[in-house]
Design a protein. Structure first.
Length: 335
């Protein structure tokens, strides 16, 4: 028995080797890399983008996304078939959050929770198809993954994508037609009525989808006013909400304003601050999103916030959403 077994083994081994060669393309799946988000050294400029935002791979390949910014993002693939899934809230996931690594073939959604710099997430794509990639936090941050059959050639290498990601990062972080210097806020300037620009940014697109530059700063000079005068904050940000928060940050949901904020006749919110120990929270200040076919009209949002200061002093404030990125300011009130 033993001799028969050994006599047959070379042929058996050759058969195994041939089988292995035939299966090799399926087994040797490639591992790709991409980046989620980028930021300037002081974190004031945030590229809300998948870098790159378009990748061609083979079925069975995996992509690992590396999160590289202080601003939160998600890597999310919503279900595309049999019907297109509605976009869920980022705090809910799609629904729920997927474990790492995840599989996506278009039939069931995959989403990370909101993640920041240092996290990674890997998705394997077992089936051919073109899959939209979105960030549930930022509507204008999208991409696409083209999953091709093994017989189809791939147009680019990992080296190409690394170079492309670097070029897109540079372009996004330096993008801004208007010459506002967001790092000028430490300089104080006297004016009768203080005006502060809240945030800013630009949305750009390429064949892969949309990317956004977001300025996480109170832009311009620190207002210097007299007691009894009013400072107005106005949002210039196309993508992100911000808050103007004096004193203690409210616990829980930062969306609603604090109880001492009133709504003016022109739709702007207003508060009166009498002391440097007062706590006032504007709630979200942001431009209403564009209306989309088939969805309810977006209600007008609050884009302006005004505070009247009755007493002299220095009044520091933060954006409750982006203070960890350095989004802070102050108002100087003279007698
Ligand atoms: Cu903010």
């Amino acid at each position: 028995m033993q001799s028969v077994y050994f006599n047959r083994s070379p042929r058996f081994i050759r058969w195994i080797v041939l089988l292995a060669i035939a299966l090799l393309p399926q087994v040797a799946s490639a591992q790709w890399h991409a980046t989620v988000g980028a930021q300037s050294a002081n974190m004031g400029r945030q590229a809300l983008a998948f870098l790159p935002n378009e990748i061609w791979i083979h079925e069975g390949d995996t992509i690992t996304w590396k999160f590289s910014a202080g601003e939160i993002h998600t890597v999310s693939f919503l279900a595309a078939s049999p019907t297109t899934q509605l976009r869920p809230a980022f705090s809910d996931g799609c629904p729920g959050f997927s474990s790492d690594p995840a599989w996506f073939d278009g039939s069931a959604c995959v989403s990370t929770p909101p993640l920041v710099k240092g996290s990674t997430f890997t998705v394997r794509f077992p089936a051919a198809g073109n899959f939209k990639l979105v960030c549930l936090v930022h509507p204008d941050m999208t991409g696409v993954v083209h999953v091709l059959e093994l017989s189809k050639p791939l147009p680019h290498t990992q080296y190409f994508y690394d170079e492309e990601a670097e070029a897109q990062t540079r372009a996004l972080l330096s993008d801004m037609d208007r010459e506002e210097n967001e790092d000028r806020h430490s300089a104080e300037r006297h004016s009768d009525e203080g005006q502060v620009i809240v945030g800013g940014g630009e949305i750009s697109t390429n064949p892969g989808g949309a990317s956004t530059l977001s300025i996480m700063r109170f832009v311009g000079h620190t207002p210097v006013i007299h007691a009894g005068q009013t400072v107005e904050w106005g949002s210039d940000d196309p993508e992100d909400p911000h808050t103007i928060t004096f004193g203690t940050e409210p616990a829980g949901d930062p969306f609603p304003p604090s109880g001492n904020v009133t709504m003016g006749a022109d739709g702007a919110r207003h508060a009166i601050i009498n002391s440097t120990s007062d706590s006032v929270h504007s709630g979200f200040i942001f431009a209403a999103p564009q209306d989309r076919t088939g969805l309810a009209q977006s209600p007008l949002s609050v884009t302006r916030f005004r505070v009247t200061f009755t007493h002299p002093g220095t009044y520091p404030y933060i954006c409750a959403l982006h203070d960890t990125l350095g989004m802070k300011g102050k108002v100087v009130v003279l007698p």
